[in-house]
Design a protein around this ligand. Sequence first.
Ligand SMILES: [Fe+2]
Ligand SMILES: [Fe+2]
Length: 289
Amino acid sequence: MPERLENLMKRIRDLPSLPESLLEINRALEDERISIKEVCDIIERDVGLTTRVLRVANSSFYGLSGRVDTVPRALTLLGLATVKNIAVTSGIREIFRQKVPGIDPEFLWHHSLATAITMEAIHEGGSTLMKDRAFICGLIHDVGKIVLSLLFPEKMEEFTAKVSSGGSSRLEAERQTFGFDHTEAGAAAVREWRFPAIYQTIILHHHDLEMGRYDPDSIKDESVRSLLESLLVGNVLAWAILGEESPESIAERTAKLPLQSLSLPPQEVPALVEKCRARWEEARESFST
Ligand SMILES: [Fe+2]
Ligand SMILES: [Fe+2]
């Protein structure tokens, strides 16, 4: 690893650590052999996590209002994969609750959730594993923005001024101010937080297109390529879901994306935005408290 990134890792290790339960759940994410009992134990060891999982499991997002009173019951009614996802999402949600200078964590959470829901919808017909990975990728793709603010609070004012002066792109301004951009900071953080390796790769490359270094032919792993492509789409559609841009102008933008693993005819974009917005509103509500 280059010295510059070693340095970044060292700084990330000094950040307040995440709850042990989230680290354990992250490790369990792609462990297909993990038992229901083990997941149950991880969640139940953390009272806060147990409460959050039960609250979300009972929300309208999962359609089980009031019927889930224990973690084992949540596992029976929703299944292992869904409960693991609720636990990870609740853990990631906590990262976005911190007060950090220079960014609005709530806005970033809404953007991330919209990206996650779009990515999940794109992978709808695929395997459960890919659908779950897509959702989590969307949730954490921009976590590096929070990490940079936690690492360099004293530099955030300088950074914000640089971005609003319009002289450089956000990524350039990050590199100039902090020495790293949010793709590097995010990838290093999820490595430290024991997320499966695929998430580091996706985060690290999620702005390659804007940086003029996107080369889909060099990506040998088909899962990585299709997740990166759905993230490109998700990042654009999120603007329409949050009401910041019209679905028609979004359709024009997505038509220009270099997609190989997935096809998204422009005439289907408005309906996809509509469907994802409804789902986003429910999810926002479920994870609001
Ligand atoms: Fe980003
Ligand atoms: Fe983003």
